[in-house]
Design a protein around this ligand. Structure first.
Ligand SMILES: Cc1cc2nc3c(=O)[nH]c(=O)nc-3n(C[C@H](O)[C@H](O)[C@H](O)COP(=O)(O)OP(=O)(O)OC[C@H]3O[C@@H](n4cnc5c(N)ncnc54)[C@H](O)[C@@H]3O)c2cc1C
Length: 391
């Protein structure tokens, strides 16, 4: 099998890259190890920056997003039982975010791929990418029990943090930066209307809590738990009781409870692999970088990467110049590091580290107080949350 761009992974990065390339008239093949239902049901991100929503619209994936996505003009910070709203449009000159689940983004992009007659090859597990430092890279994969080879001009590694493509960069070239955090997020999906119409980020002496949503009838909620916690360790009743405690306010706000339909634990990690290009291999999305979910940036970074990548590949194929591909890694990493900084700062601002002292607690509260009372500090948060410029 042969194509121009071999794309490994049908998460948001791989699916959107394929769509952008098809719109530019560039051949590509997407290889995905899981089945379609798995990709469409994997509960993950839910907050789209304005730039991300605009890219999806321009790619023709905006129809349901505009109908069902929820525009959010702010978030609430909760600490010391008080509520402080961060007004995005007022602080950023009109920017906002859209709550629309990653599952729905993937469904929309897969539907477009089917309509284009180029669906991802599901059940195709990539075993290795080879010869990426030559003009003829190859992707070896297994489908239906048989090994096959995809020959291509470029390979896009969009296979997430646990994928295989990053491993094709020689150890002497890779530079890895990162840290894991000593806590995780226990997340639930519940069939109950959200208890607030915007996301609520709560700092509490017992740990962080987040109230989020997927639709007007489905809530998504998270609790900070110790690293290594198993989801079964918490009953639904215990989760609701703890959420109520951490989100409690001095006014008459109350948490609505409902049936829990999913429960999972997400580890917290910051990670950057440099460079994002080696030879004819280009890494994008979680394959190259991970942020802790506090800043809601992972999916948005993946979208930013593939916009830059699609533009660079189109430029090379039209003009023969690799100028934009040569700049790909540096262009993406500028935005990636801003997101890393923001997500790390939001995490430190809101989570209670094991062994935190009274001094640490007071500093954290002073930082939150600063965001709540200083327009400059709130603007900094609002600008980062609504998104850094693409490429
Ligand atoms: C609980 C949680 C909450 C999150 N919340 C947010 C949020 O609010 N906002 C936000 O922006 N981000 C959020 N994120 C992050 C976001 O979900 C990821 O950044 C995003 O999925 C990255 O997309 P991707 O396409 O790069 O990688 P992935 O979505 O991981 O896709 C990679 C794909 O590659 C496939 N693959 C892997 N290995 C192989 C192989 N060997 N062969 C073939 N295929 C392979 C995988 O099956 C997968 O389909 C959250 C993440 C989690 C876990």
């Amino acid at each position: 099998m042969r194509t121009t761009v071999g794309i490994v992974g049908a998460g948001p990065a791989g699916l959107l890259l394929a769509r952008l390339l098809r719109l530019a008239g560039i051949d590509c093949v997407v290889l995905e190890c899981r089945d379609r239902a798995h990709v469409e049901r994997r509960q993950r991100a839910g907050v789209l920056e304005q730039g991300t929503a605009d890219v999806l619209r321009a790619a023709g994936a905006g129809e349901r997003l505009d109908r069902e996505g929820l525009r959010h003009d702010g978030i609430e910070l909760r600490f010391g039982r008080r509520r402080h709203r961060i007004d995005f449009p007022g602080l950023t000159g009109g920017r906002s975010v859209t709550v629309y689940a990653q599952t729905e983004v993937c469904k929309d992009l897969i539907a477009l791929a089917l309509a284009d007659g180029c669906p991802p090859l599901f059940h195709s597990e990539v075993l290795a990418v080879e010869d990426v430092d030559t003009p003829a890279p190859r992707v070896r994969f297994r489908r239906g029990g048989r090994e096959e080879v995809l020959e291509c001009d470029w390979v896009a590694g969009c296979d997430g943090f646990h994928g295989v493509t990053r491993g094709a960069v020689p150890a002497g070239v890779s530079r890895v930066h990162g840290r894991t955090y000593p806590y995780a997020w226990l997340g639930i999906l519940a069939d109950v209307p959200p208890s607030h119409d915007e996301l609520v980020y709560a700092r509490h002496d017992r740990g962080f809590a987040l109230l989020s949503m997927r639709s007007p009838s489905v809530s998504r909620l998270y609790l900070q738990v110790p690293e290594g916690t198993k989801p079964e360790a918490w009953t639904d009743g215990e989760i609701w009781a703890e959420l109520s405690r951490r989100l409690e306010t001095d006014d008459d706000w109350a948490l609505r409870r409902g049936p829990v339909t999913q429960k999972s634990v997400t580890p917290m990690r910051s990670y950057v692999h440099e460079p994002m290009r080696y030879g004819r291999l280009l890494l994008a999305g979680d394959a190259a970088h991970i942020v802790p979910p506090t800043g809601a940036k992972g999916l948005n970074l993946a979208v930013g990467d593939v916009v830059v990548l699609a533009r660079a590949l189109e430029h090379e194929l039209r003009t023969g110049s690799t100028e934009l591909l040569d700049a790909y890694s540096a262009t993406c990493l500028r935005r990636v590091w801003q997101a890393e900084r923001f997500c790390h700062d939001m995490t430190a601002l809101l989570h209670r580290a094991p062994g935190a002292t009274a001094f640490d607690d007071r500093l954290q509260l002073a930082r939150l107080e600063r965001v709540a009372t200083s327009r400059a500090a709130a603007t900094d948060l609002a600008e980062a949350y609504t998104g850094f410029p693409l490429g």
